[in-house]
Design a protein around this ligand. Sequence first.
Ligand code: NAI
Length: 708
Amino acid sequence: MAQFSLVSASVGLITLQNPPVNALSAVLRQGIVDAVEKALCDPKVKSVVICGQNGIFCGGADIREFGTNMRGPPLIPMIHAIESANKPMVAAIEGSALGGGLELALGCHYRIAHSQARLGLPEVTLGLLPAAGGSQRLPRLIGVPAALNLITTGRHVTAAEALQLGIVDQVTDHNTVDAAVKFSQSVAGQSLDGRRISTYPCPVQPNLDAFFEEAMLKVRQSARGAIAPVACVQAVRAAATLPYAQGMKREKELMATLFTSGQARALQYCFFAQRAVGRWSTPSGGRWDTSKPRPVHTAAVIGLGTMGRGITVALAQTGLSVVAVETQVKQLTEAKQAVSGMLERGATRRGAAPTPDRITYSENIQAVAGADLVIEAVFEDMALKEKVFRQLSDVCKPGALLCTNTSALDIDHLASQTRNPELVVGMHFFAPAHVMKLLEVVYGPRSSSQAVATAMQLGKKMGKISVAVGNCRGFVGNRMLKPYLEQAFFLLEEGATPELVDRALEDFGFPMGVFKVSDLSGLDVGWRVRKADGMVESGLSTGPSARIRQGRRYSPLGDLLCEQGRFGQKTGRGWYLYDKPGGRVSKSDPWLHSFLEEYRVQQGLVARRVDQQEVLERCLFALINEGFQILEEGIAAGPEDIDAIYVFGYGWPRHRGGPMFYAGMVGLAKVMERLDHYHQAHPDEPSLQPCSLLRRLVASGKKLHSQL
Ligand code: NAI
């Protein structure tokens, strides 16, 4: 609801009241309409201030109302009524004014913000555009380039930036409502003719056509198939070229297209999935709301390679004291330098002071004795990790949580090396660990719910999307990646090229195709794992058994490349060619193409035409099938967990909602039918055989997601 009161004898104060963020629900909109009417009719009221309860102006539309039959007064006429009022309307912005909240403020004649407030139009991140006049008013107020930037990225701006851009008229460090009340009294009775943004002409933009062409090109490139950013450009263009009323018509048309698109549904699903994963539970009864985390003040990191360095930075940036242990002197020296560089760059970005003094370095594991939580990040070698866990069990204080950053190894086995296996969990970060949003918190059968709660809470403090998952080879993310990679290799054997496969995946919306990612992370990583698993036979044998391991199809292509010293970017060649070792720009490599041809000849394989559809179906449906298997085994608690892992850790395009949501969009029956089709053609590829959960869901007609 909205509360109306008279303050300072002549100011009507309208307070938005809809906790937690004063979202513009039907009831609140009705309250605003009524309160505005009351203020305008009351002769004692000379000016009006609109503010929000509990230090938040307004977080925007009520997303839960999307997709339902909208009740209550619509937003656009409500904002118009505010703008056309003949008494000054002042928005007092504390906390945040986002989406519909900022659009409401843009309908006011003046805006006063608290210095800590943040403003923005983030609709694009939900697959929408600011369609309560935001796309038409903002360019009129601050000019086309600045408005286009805010609307197409959805980024939030600070009060200081908002003042500089001209979105707000004043910023205060004091009580915002008091400041707005005083301000409104000072302008009461003045003409409002120059204060109604919808009547402003859009500031002239030179070379308008060229400007928008370039903007569209840029947005299309970064959007990777998402349609909302494109619609945002079109809406701003309407603001720049059409009278306000016609611009509003265009805004409405564009919104209608977005609203009914699957993309908006997928993006809104991601928004809720991100929250849902925080409400974790484990099969042994641990739950987010009943398990109390232990306090963590001092953390330790063991092993300062690629991952350990990033984890150290992320912990220090969270405000923890960190003890960082590395046994190799050279690595330790390099790590110190790298970590302080990362901290400095991070501090510059955030406008804060770097915090190197929070970190102490040591070559000796004894240094971690006082830590509340330890994260091990030594080489992916079980024997080495066993040893480290035994040492930690001896050295650490009672109750300290012992975590491993292993990508795939058995958490329970590591726990069995310690005196308190209930205190062992996986904290699986993604590279670079101080940047990537995802954290898989892996619980073993003996991990206590308090241990899971502590790791989840720490992840949250570090700003990660933490997802609790069960213990199995590769956990959720890497386990699903295996059949995806495998299919990509098989497609090369059958006639595809790395370029063709990567192109299909990038057109689908991945930032990088599977072979480019492989080159980036190093082909030797998987090679080492396959060797340890006894899958690699050196040299190339011929005959059917050359491509069979443990009774199933196997492609030795990756192994053969590694034998040639082609480890990807680090050696300047892998699936692609780079200008030098460590180079980042990939080029097609004629050597690789001849190598593939020779390989097929040797193996008696006849190349056929592989199209984009087959690439997507074989790679993505095999990955999705593994996702169903993971759900069936209870390794992930629900489809949201898998989807969040893929969207935040593996570059799955957010506008496609994550692999499990995408399967629902395609239709589970279709996914199953295509898997069956490919499995018939390739009976030695078990990852293409639809798993029983998928079959059962299709047979019963049940859906995995209620949103679909
Ligand atoms: P890395 O090879 O870059 O670094 C490992 C570091 O551990 C080296 O500096 C080594 O000197 C040090 N070390 C070895 N034994 C030690 C001991 N007893 N005490 C202290 N330090 C010791 O390895 P990276 O890539 O950082 O991987 C570490 C772990 O993280 C592995 O388990 C890996 O599977 C996992 N991981 C790696 C990811 C990646 O993208 N590199 C992503 C997610 C997990």
